[in-house]
Design a binder for this molecule. Structure first.
Ligand SMILES: *Cc1c(COP(=O)(O)O)cnc(C)c1O
Length: 471
């Protein structure tokens, strides 16, 4: 008999023990230091204290892991974490991950997990409609993150223009292809170029304008110049909410250029796409419904645990065209008008039920909760901007999203790094440095739903203290 199952009493005991520990972390996150200074040796040694040459009690191992996670992690669920788009996971989506791990449905084939697959399809259709795609044209797939979603976008664009791409690959195309994105775009685009065989040199980085959005005038000229050189422009990637400074490219203008030039138009809305839920701010994404495909991360502003992203497209058949394969060991193809087999439809094969992590919060709280959150956090961004300005900090970016990049006028990059380090070393907040036009700025963003005006007060106080220290 295998010990893997434990017995019912031990299971209950272990779950109770774990729940108490998790609840303690979840309820008391604010009391922890957001981050600490770690000694690499110490972390490595701690990890290796338990050996696999022996058996250990489950309680001891769980205790060891919770201790390690508590001591050696930047606590992104902390309300004073103002870093990248890593919000606290909402509780409903944590329940979802627990359900998923227990049932462990194999999502590769529809027939193995009809309920789970239909949930993901439901989510994909609902989001497609939210973004304004025409019903009947919507398709998509759950991905592990924005990087995979962006890779999927590049593959769809290739298969759309080169129907033989599946067979010949890049070697069947006699011209050098070009992808265009702004210099502020996410580097997963470059990675996608590497993985598809296009190579990083195929990515043409277009300079940005005052608001850090792609300069569409330069884009047009660059496309012409590249055509004259005999290159083949095929894909424009617009970003809706850049990772650094929250800039939103002019999606209408980019769509027009893509349409004129007969190119695929992909929108990387990994972070900013969440504002589609807001009646008040949705217009910031104006033009997104004309895109060919969209990347939307659920593990960013939608506060699902890691590993949850959606790729959406307005080309009903392109995913199937891009990823279909024939095997003799998978369950037979279903009717593609009725059902979708994800393994014929995406980069992944065996797949986790990631869609539940967005289904559960939506089914429990509705769109409304997300809408209120987005509105409230955008308001918090505006409030904090005003307060920084009142205190004479120089705001360098001008995003409508709650990301602020600011600095002390006339200071060096070194001094800005020092100032941020002084704050993060206290463990009272986590923020980062982002360079804009060669100048280091302090970057803070509000994506954590547990961050309130109180945390904004605390942040301002820390900033003021660090600035005074410098003087
Ligand atoms: C985070 C991010 C990505 C990458 O997404 P992952 O989920 O980290 O793989 C891509 N694009 C943008 C704009 C992002 O902010």
């Amino acid at each position: 008999m295998s010990h893997f199952d434990f017995d019912p009493d031990s299971r209950k005991q272990l779950l109770n023990l774990l729940l108490a520990k998790l609840e303690n972390y979840y309820a008391q996150t604010k009391n922890l230091k957001v981050s600490s200074d770690w000694n690499v040796r110490e972390v490595k040694d701690f990890v290796r204290t338990l050996s696999f040459q022996q058996v250990n009690s489950a309680e001891a191992v769980v205790d060891h892991v919770v201790q390690g996670m508590t001591n050696y992690t930047v606590h992104t669920p902390h309300p004073n974490y103002f870093g990248l788009f890593n919000p606290r996971a909402n509780f409903a989506s944590i329940l979802a991950d627990l359900i998923t791990a227990t049932f462990n449905p194999q999502m590769a084939a529809w027939s193995h997990a009809p309920f789970a697959n239909e949930i993901e399809q439901y989510i994909i259709q609902e989001f497609g409609k939210k973004f304004g795609y025409e019903e009947g044209s919507i398709d998509g797939t759950f991905c592990t993150g924005g990087a995979e979603s962006n890779l999927t976008g590049v593959l769809c664009a290739l298969n759309h223009f080169f129907p033989a791409f599946n067979e010949t690959g890049i070697q069947g195309i006699d011209k050098q292809l070009v992808i265009y994105c702004s210099s502020e775009a996410h580097h997963s685009i470059v990675k996608a170029a590497k993985m598809t065989g296009l190579g990083s040199q195929s990515v043409q980085s277009i300079p940005v304008n005052e608001s850090l959005a792609m300069d569409t005038g330069i884009l047009k000229k660059q496309i012409q110049a590249d055509r004259q050189k005999g290159l083949l422009p095929f894909l424009i990637v617009g970003t809706a909410g850049t990772t650094g400074a929250g800039a939103i490219d002019d999606l209408n203008a980019l769509h027009l250029i893509a349409a004129e030039e007969k190119m695929w138009f992909h929108v990387d809305a990994a972070y900013g796409g969440a504002i589609i839920t807001s009646d008040k701010y949705r217009n910031l994404l104006s033009g997104i419904h004309k895109s060919d495909s969209i990347t939307l991360d659920m593990h960013k502003w939608f506060s699902a645990p890691m590993g949850t992203s959606v790729f959406l497209t307005s080309h009903k058949n392109i995913l199937h065209q891009s990823f279909r394969v024939k095997t003799n060991y998978m369950p037979a193809d279903g009717d593609p008008d009725q059902i979708i087999d994800p393994y014929l439809h995406s980069v992944q094969w065996s797949r986790r039920f990631n869609g539940l992590k967005i289904y559960l919060p939506l089914a429990i709280h509705g769109w409304k909760e997300y809408e209120q959150l987005i509105d409230q956090q955008i308001d918090m961004g505006a409030i904090f901007k005003k307060r920084l300005q009142e205190k004479d900090w120089e705001i360098v970016n001008h995003s409508p999203l709650p990301i602020l990049c600011f600095r002390i006028k006339g200071t060096s990059n070194e001094e800005m790094i020092q100032l941020v380090n002084n704050i993060t070393h206290t463990g009272k907040a986590w923020l980062s440095i982002y360079p804009i036009r060669g100048q280091h700025t302090i970057r803070v963003c509000f994506t954590n739903y547990s961050t309130t005006l109180r945390e904004l007060d605390e942040l301002l106080e820390l900033l003021e203290k660090a600035r005074n220290l410098k003087r």
